[in-house]
Design a protein. Sequence first.
Length: 266
Amino acid sequence: MNRAVRTQQLEIMNVLAFFAHPDDAEFLCAGSLAHLADRGAKIRIVTMTAGDCGSAVLPATRIARLRLREAHRAAKIIGAESSCLFERDLNIFYDKRSLAKVMEAVRAADPTLVFTHSPVDYMVDHETASRLCQTACFGAMAPNFRTGMQPAAKPLRAVPHLYYAQPFGGRDILGHEIPSSIFVDISGTSARKEQMLACHESQRAFLSAQQGISDTIGMARAMATRAGSVAGWEQAEGFRQHLGQGFPQDDALRRLLGELVRHIEA
């Protein structure tokens, strides 16, 4: 192991992947999570819901239990933890109760780096989860925001680096492209990404019926290939970094993953 890799490992603490539903992280950032896990990061995948609307056949309680088992199996492939805040599909709202739960999840993870949904996405659940995550990352240092949980996690010491994953399909609700500016080469971790996605067996038939996606792994591979073509790699995942006031301005992904990261401005 060379000195640069050892230095990167020492820098990494905790990484939080915060998404709306089981399988969102697998579609959007699992290749990057695998790279970070390889460098010693502690990965935590948290979803707002258990995916209770993810079946046209099974009742909500049964599909939710099944999807949580699938999520745990997927997370284990990269040695990650998986947990859920148990909101309901299509009922993710930006309100005080939800923000308290997300704030507690962010503080408990104590992340250096956070991945979440694009603020503009094809689905309101994704957009609301993104907005809640943004507020929680910004406000998690404020001790006067009390979540009401007992025991409560401690406020963060610093605002984490926040990255928005390229949305599924890469377009907004009007069909306009949402270009990424940061790309991670996942050519070497795509096999694990696909293994993780394959754990979500219950979604194959449902996505085929609902969205006409009969091959989820093929769709994820096509997304990675498109992103890779922009960055000059075989396969990649695309992101945008939140650079608003109060957030870190340096690119932690590039610092931690080095030559696996490229910036491409639209």
